[in-house]
Design a protein around this ligand. Structure first.
Ligand code: C2O
Ligand code: CU
Ligand code: CU
Length: 548
């Protein structure tokens, strides 16, 4: 660990003025950059699990008739327990990788795609060179070696590509997989495991008459909204059924792996959803919810008890209707005609056929994980949080008015190692935006603008939900401020948020802001924070932050 930090000491050179953008390659040249030798293994790194992860184009049989061309991660264990890299059946998704806290893993990522790529371990606390930053992309034919120790708590994480401007299409084509971490604390709880620990990756896609994936092809407005498909796939499979056993309890690990779509998940018959985990942790105790809002990239672990459900019965999960705000509704409108799943409408997600019978003795524990949340009193900026506003400016999605720069980072985005901070993330305009902002001065949007003027700012512009994500750490949510949210929106989603535990992604409806508390520890380096609507991300709603 010490060594890892030392290697990154050159970053200290970067304590420059507020407006200075620090450009990484310059620093690299004066101090060997870790990434340079990431195409070879470190023989001193004793890996518990060593595997190849190859990204390649392939044809799979998803439907009757024509095969579908997809991009897919293929896992191949070189050393370690082969069952921990588990292939899904009929699916384009990558393998489920199961690891335990404290283990060391080596992943040899091989890029066989016709373009550059790099893999990011979403939610994992890893050094900069293992984080899959877009600056570390490798070309077709190259290998990138990740070597890191699992430092995270038990939780449901995932991996996906992260090249700048191409994350949306690469994930869409199939490149994503679950990364499941367990630890001693979780093992003691005896939660459902093996066949009773079931992945449920939600994604929307659209296929043409030849069974080929259709991505965005309808111009800029489409990308502003993000991709919305016309059908839901579960675990990379268009047949959205699971077959489970009466008499048994299950742990369902939901990941919203969609590009832009988010869900208001509920059991059709009104059974509450029992949530036991969110993103990077189990909750302290199970929480019962009428429905859950699941933003892009968010995960929830759901307890499902089929002990009293007869064989032959069915459970259906739906996404219920809600108001996504102006742009979300437009997305639905634009898609209409072709898209029978507008964002915010009601539609079916998943059918559970209870067509077998069995028994297991997993009991829902009343106490799950023990943890102390970060204490606001320990934050260096408790009364003066860093504020990051997510809004549209001159037809660009921005963060505080800035868009993506590969290695650019400002003082405002630079934090100190071993400190705790409060960040305020705001889904609302930040400055005078002028008439070039579509609809910014009109109608419903105008009310938003007036609201911001009360805070001494002129806001507005197009508003959409944004799922905020930060790399490298798990945060706690201190508060969700909904005073700026249109009441139609708020009333339709208000019971669906899970703000306890440790998480790395949080969904912000239009007008919403959240205060997050986070700690920067163990590693210095350059990491990302961004909107996880992948089309927004690709359009530049992504920035670096630096730990120095
Ligand atoms: Cu899933 Cu930059 O993240
Ligand atoms: Cu991430
Ligand atoms: Cu966004």
């Amino acid at each position: 660990e010490k060594n890892k930090i030392d290697r990154r000491n050159f970053i200290k050179l970067g304590s420059l003025g507020a407006t200075v953008v620090i450009t990484w390659p310059l620093l690299n040249s004066c101090n060997g950059f870790a990434s340079e030798n990431k195409n070879t293994i470190n023989p001193d790194f004793q890996a518990d699990l060593d595997f190849e992860l190859t990204a390649k184009e392939t044809d799979i049989q998803l439907f009757h008739g024509n095969t579908t061309k997809v991009w897919m991660f293929e896992g191949n264990v070189l050393d370690g327990d082969k069952t921990t890299v588990q292939k899904l059946g009929k699916s384009y998704l990558g393998p489920i990788i199961r690891v335990r806290k404290g283990q060391k893993i080596r992943v040899r990522f091989k890029n066989q795609l016709p373009e550059e790529s790099i893999v990011h371990w979403h939610g994992m606390h890893v050094p900069e060179e293992d984080d899959g930053h877009p600056k570390d992309v490798i070309a077709n034919g190259e290998t990138y070696v990740y070597e890191f120790e699992i430092m995270n708590r038990a939780g449901t994480y995932w991996f996906h590509p992260h090249p700048h401007g191409r994350t949306g299409p690469q994930v869409y084509n199939g490149l994503a997989g679950l990364f499941v971490v367990t630890d001693d604390e979780e093992q003691r709880l005896k939660l459902p495991s093996g066949e009773y620990d079931v992945p449920v990756v939600l994604q929307d896609r659209q296929f043409d008459n030849n069974n080929q994936l259709v991505y965005l092809n309808r111009g800029r407005m489409d990308r502003m909204n993000g991709f919305l498909g016309n059908r839901i796939l579960i675990n990379g499979n268009p047949d959205m059924k699971l077959s489970l056993k009466s008499g048994c309890a299950y742990r369902l690990r939901f990941l919203n792996g969609s590009n832009s779509r988010f869900y208001k998940l509920a059991w059709e018959d009104g059974t509450p959803l029992v949530i036991i985990g969110k993103d990077g942790s189990l909750l302290d105790s199970p929480k019962s919810k009428p429905y859950v809002m699941l933003g892009v990239a968010e995960r929830i672990d759901v307890w499902l008890d089929l002990k009293n459900r007869p064989q032959g019965s069915q459970m259906i999960m739906k996404s219920l209707s809600f108001s996504p705000g102006m742009m979300g509704m437009m997305g639905g409108m634009i898609g209409r005609g072709r898209n029978n799943l507008p964002l915010g409408s009601t539609y079916e997600i998943l059918k559970i056929n209870i067509d077998k019978t069995g028994s297991n003795d997993f009991e829902l524990p009343q106490r799950l994980a023990e943890f102390n949340k970060l204490d606001p009193a320990t934050a260096v900026n408790r009364n003066n949080p860093r504020t990051f506003r997510f809004f549209m400016r001159r037809m660009q999605w921005t963060i505080n008015g800035r868009t993506w720069e590969m290695t650019g980072v400002t003082e405002e985005e630079t934090v100190k190692l071993n400190t705790t901070e409060v960040w305020e993330i705001v889904n609302r305009g930040g400055r005078m935006m002028g008439n070039d902002d579509m609809m910014g001065e009109r109608g419903w949007m105008r009310n938003r603008g007036e609201m911001d003027r009360d805070r001494g700012m002129m806001g507005g512009g197009m508003q959409m939900p944004h799922p905020f994500h930060i790399h490298h750490l798990q945060f706690n949510i201190l508060e969700r401020d909904v005073s700026g949210v249109d009441s139609r929106i708020w009333n339709s989603v208000k019971d669906g948020f899970i703000d306890e535990g440790w998480q790395d992604t949080v969904l912000l409806m239009p007008g919403m802001s959240v205060k997050l508390i986070m700690r920067f520890e163990d590693f210095k380096g350059l990491f990302l924070y961004h909107c996880h609507n992948l089309e927004h991300e690709d359009m530049g709603m992504m920035r670096n932050f630096k730990i120095e």
